[in-house]
Design a protein around this ligand. Sequence first.
Ligand SMILES: C[S@@+](CC[C@H](N)C(=O)[O-])C[C@H]1O[C@@H](n2cnc3c(N)ncnc32)[C@H](O)[C@@H]1O
Length: 269
Amino acid sequence: MADGWGQYSVEHLEISRAKGFANPALLGKVYEAFLPVAGPVRVLDVACGTGFFTRMLAGIPGAQVAGMDIDPALLAAAEELAQQAGLPIRFVQGDMGHLPFEDGAFDVVTSHIVLEVFDDKAAVLREMQRVCRPGGWVCAMEPVYTAYTTWVPGLTDAENRALNLYMTAGRSMGAAVEVPDAMHRIGLAEVETIGWFWGGAVRNGWRNARRLDAMKREAEQGFADALTADEGAQLTAALDLLKERSDQALPDDLGISGMPVLITKGRVK
Ligand SMILES: C[S@@+](CC[C@H](N)C(=O)[O-])C[C@H]1O[C@@H](n2cnc3c(N)ncnc32)[C@H](O)[C@@H]1O
């Protein structure tokens, strides 16, 4: 099995995607023009999770879409959600390290927010390239976590700064900026990147004591190397302050949070 992450909850994937990409039809139009995927085109979405982006692709006229993931629970949810949406998507279980498809079986092969967890991104992209026909497109979307910004009106500046530190500490520009180079290295042609945005107005969900405890543990254990001592102390203090206030009946303010995502394509020779 290739390395990668496991254990995503259905709720997390669906809620975070719906919050961050509130208008999937609009993003679908971007894919339709960028790749392009309209017409009788066979599309594979690898590591599809609950299929948020797979359904978006299946909404493009003429696209015949398949989704693949390693996690059977996520695939079961993906099947159900596609059925509810009336979209004829085929879901298959498999490992990104060895895609269970013939060479050249698809016209377009996409991935969304998954390459970040693979050390060898070129190896995964090479598998995507293998199952894509010559002249077809391999395409990957990855977020730029270091640019994550959140601002919640009900919080103090220090609390808002702490949330931004928490979201960006220890993160790297990672896959988003590595993908174009990896695509060049494996011999894809016409490599091109466009930007999109994950985010918008969100409800203030930060006043949850359990979540704040988990954040604090993560900050203490995981971010030790990523933050200066001052930043670490600032983050811990701000999380404590947020927790202190989490029991108060505070307004469920609207805030803003988000980050850029980069979508990169390369053509199979
Ligand atoms: C961050 S989620 C992204 C899911 C979906 N693309 C989305 O953006 O909503 C990462 C996904 O990669 C899947 N995954 C992790 N390692 C994998 C592997 N080796 N082969 C196939 N899928 C894998 C996980 O099960 C999970 O669904």
